[in-house]
Design a binder for this molecule. Structure first.
Ligand code: NAP
Ligand code: FE
Length: 366
């Protein structure tokens, strides 16, 4: 039975040299752009030079703000918004990984609704500035999602803003921009994308259309998975990873994520484990539980990813990651409590008790 709603307001443009080919459309968003980036990847990837060229060609004045931190904390985003406010841009261009795109999404509505910590968590009253997103990692799919994830030190966790108002207006995806990613960043971001595809397929909020997107993304991912342990990435592998990440974003834009993301936030916050790696560590034990809750879905995941059995896929994940983290009972109880409070857990099929979450965590870190 077909039963779904679908809304995807991002104009998605993909392909090599896409910024040079289609960049004229920037002009539709105004004459002044604030370009938001992290420390150095926008320049290293080549995307910043392409944006500078197209802005010059289309008479768009721009200024670069390069201080987004990884897993951006609230204070970092507020500072960037205050700095950009002086420039009074018509629109924003984010060049970077999920950290940069997420920070820019929040800046986009702080500039129109007032720059304060309270504004971040309220539903924006006034429309944000238009945002153009240019990913340089192949992982979060943030260029097509209505989410922004920030680190909130007061709550000792990461929290999401979720509103359709923060969808970028356009996303330019050029696989060439991901080629400068070091091996570790490539693997971690790829496993984040993989996690979006798997969790989005399993999520209670999944529907017929999101399932098609997830399966397509997993089939693309299957072509790239053998390259990850070797650390060798051909240009076609970079394409597969970037488009798998895009399909992951398209999937979770509809379905949201599940328990893996909720629990992973504590591994990142308290132990500095990169977002994708945190997910990758948890996926195996999570899938063991999901095999009981939704066995037919797990079987489809395993085969779409090119494995014969779940155990084979879990072995593959173990070749990428292992961790020996000693956690006290108090720490485990805290991380479980934080995860159980999230909507991600409501979105996970099966009986997700504190015991189940603790068991997944303990099995993933030893
Ligand atoms: P990231 O935190 O944006 O970037 C990680 C590192 O990779 C940074 O040091 C960055 O350098 C570097 N880098 C990025 N692109 C590069 C390139 N082409 N060449 C060389 N270095 C490069 O990583 P991410 O995994 O893409 O984003 C993670 C964040 O996104 C987390 O906060 C996560 O919670 C969030 N997330 C959001 C969504 C969503 O829907 N909004 C979904 C999943 C995850 P620079 O600092 O120099 O840029
Ligand atoms: Fe993620």
């Amino acid at each position: 039975m077909l039963d779904f709603t679908y809304h995807m307001p991002v104009r998605i443009l993909t392909g090599r040299k896409i910024v040079s080919k289609e960049g004229d459309l920037l002009r539709a968003f105004g004459k002044k752009a604030a370009v938001i980036t992290g420390k150095s990847s926008a320049a290293k990837s080549g995307a910043l030079a392409d944006i500078a060229d197209i802005c010059t060609r289309t008479s768009v004045t721009f200024q670069v703000y390069n201080s987004v931190q990884n897993d951006p904390p609230v204070a970092n985003v507020l500072e960037i918004a205050a700095e950009i406010k002086q420039f009074q841009p018509d629109f924003l261009i984010a060049i970077g990984g999920g950290s940069v795109i997420d920070a820019a999404k929040v800046v986009s509505y702080l500039l129109t609704n007032g720059i304060s910590p309270e504004t971040i968590w309220q539903k924006p009253r006034l429309s944000p500035l238009p945002l153009v997103a240019i990913p340089t990692t192949a992982g979060t799919g943030s260029e097509v999602t209505p989410y922004a994830v920030l680190t909130v030190p007061e709550d000792e966790t990461k929290k999401s803003v979720a509103t359709p108002l923060i969808y970028p207006k356009a996303a330019f995806l050029d696989p060439a921009y991901t080629e400068s990613m070091p091996r570790e960043v490539t693997i971690n971001t790829a496993i984040d994308a993989l996690s979006h595809l798997i969790e989005g397929f399993i999520a209670k909020r999944a529907n017929n259309l999101s399932d098609i997107l997830a399966i397509e993304g997993m089939e693309l991912m299957a072509k790239a998975l053998p390259s990850l342990p070797k650390g060798e990435f051909t240009s076609s592998c970079r394409e597969h990873l970037l488009y798998a990440s895009l399909f992951g974003g398209l999937t979770i834009a509809k379905t949201g994520t599940t328990l893996v993301h909720a629990l992973g936030y504590s591994l990142t916050y308290y132990h500095g484990i990169e977002h994708g790696r945190a997910n990758g560590l948890l996926l195996g034990a999570y899938l063991d539980y999901m095999q009981n809750a939704v066995p037919e879905k797990v079987a489809l995941i395993v085969s779409a990813l090119g494995f014969a059995r779940l155990e084979e896929f879990k072995d593959y994940l173990r070749t990428l990651y292992s961790l020996n983290l000693e956690l006290s009972t108090r720490e485990i109880a805290l991380y479980v409590e934080k995860a159980l409070k999230t909507s991600n857990v409501q979105n996970t099929p099966g009986e997700i008790s504190g015991y189940v979450v603790a068991d997944i965590l303990e099995r993933s870190i030893s």
